[in-house]
Design a protein around this ligand. Structure first.
Ligand code: NAP
Length: 327
């Protein structure tokens, strides 16, 4: 193979600009393992990175894509052999080193995870960073006492990638899930994923009371800002919030009262976990994947369609996950 296709970001006057290019293996950032990428995806972070926003990309030119699944082509590390099916996400791929938006990727051997039994490469990419983070949220909430019998769970940013997969996994695990979404027209989709109820984005008011009607035993929040503040006010006693997103804002304006009067727990979730935790969480994903309505969540696209889908993701217009097929 002489050249392969990649979507590479370049520094531009207003941040960054990406274009499809023909590259050679030696153009890739260095690593011990060369992977033939089969699938990658679009996460919200990829959409921000594609425009050079929030200082996410560290060093241009850069192939974006913070997750990928594929097959090992060459390895100078004995842990990996040509033909191994693998997942790579986080560890700076797509931002500090070249990522998954290309037909090939070269990565550090320590950053490669074997595809767990029960998942194929396409389904693993459908989860990707978004689904991993949703699964990690559920795992961490359960370590902090959440169980289906404790009461309903709410998922915000519900039609997004992380939100959709959180609904599907929680519902498949026996939780009663309420979906909060800004897209009223997607109610049937959200119910198809297993949501028991669907509510619109809330009107929060200028000076909300520090404690409102207690409703949720658990909350998976991909939105942040006023939405996360509202969640703190509406959790049941001992309720657990998993917060990992900022699609709706960075500030958190709440009081200590939910924490000291209701025992609410606010967990910060960082999907860039260390490898032993990744192995645990991916096994949990594999165990539940068949019940997660992945055909409903997945929008399968080609690499040529990536620029348009990055723009749609940034505009909040995508439902579920955009999965890029490299074949
Ligand atoms: N901490 C971590 O490790 C980590 C890992 C993964 C993702 N994240 C973050 O989690 C968030 C979701 O990621 P994703 O890949 O699932 O993104 P996504 O697919 O683009 O989904 C984001 C969803 O948030 C909702 N939303 C968008 N703009 C909003 C606004 N202004 N106010 C309220 N809701 C809004 C929309 O859902 P509705 O229209 O249905 O409301 C949208 O579909 C992002 O902020 C991302 O950076 C963090």
């Amino acid at each position: 193979m002489n050249t392969f296709r990649a979507f590479r970001l370049h520094a531009a006057a207003e941040g960054a600009q990406g274009r499809l290019e023909d590259l050679r293996i030696e153009d890739l950032s260095e690593g011990q393992v060369l992977i033939k990428v089969c699938y990658s995806s679009i996460n919200y972070k990829d959409a921000l990175a594609s425009k050079g926003l929030n200082g996410i990309v560290q060093g241009f030119p850069r192939i974006g894509g913070i997750d990928l699944t594929g097959v090992v082509e060459q390895s100078c590390d004995p842990r990996w052999t040509p033909g191994d099916e693998v997942i790579v996400h986080g560890y700076g791929i797509g931002v500090q080193t070249d990522g998954g938006h290309a037909h090939y990727a070269r990565v550090q051997a320590d950053h490669v995870l074997a595809l767990p039994d029960g998942l194929d490469l396409k389904d693993a990419a459908t989860f990707g960073v978004a689904g991993y983070t949703a699964a990690l949220s559920q795992y961490c909430m359960e370590l902090n006492g959440l169980a289906p019998l404790m009461g309903p769970v709410i998922v915000t940013g519900a039609t997004g990638g992380a939100g959709s997969l959180a609904i599907a996994m929680l519902s498949a695990s026996g939780y009663e899930v309420t979906a909060m979404s800004g897209k009223a027209q997607e109610s049937a989709y959200l119910r198809g994923l297993g949501a028991h109820a669907v509510i619109g984005r809330q009107a929060f008011g200028e000076r909300p009371k520090p404690l409102l009607k207690a409703q949720w035993a658990g909350a998976v929040d991909s939105v942040g800002g006023e939405t996360l503040a509202w969640l703190t006010r509406t959790m049941l006693p001992e309720g657990v919030i998993a917060a990992f997103g900022n699609a709706g804002g960075m500030q958190l304006d709440t009081t200590v009262l939910p924490f000291i009067l209701r025992g609410v727990k606010l967990l910060g979730i960082n999907g860039n976990s260390l490898m032993p935790l990744r192995e645990t969480v991916w096994k949990r994903i594999a165990a539940v994947a068949r019940s997660c309505h992945l055909e409903l969540v997945r929008n399968e696209i080609g690499l040529d369609e990536l620029p348009a889908w990055l723009d749609r993701t940034l505009a909040g217009q995508v439902r579920g996950r955009a999965v890029i097929c490299m074949q």
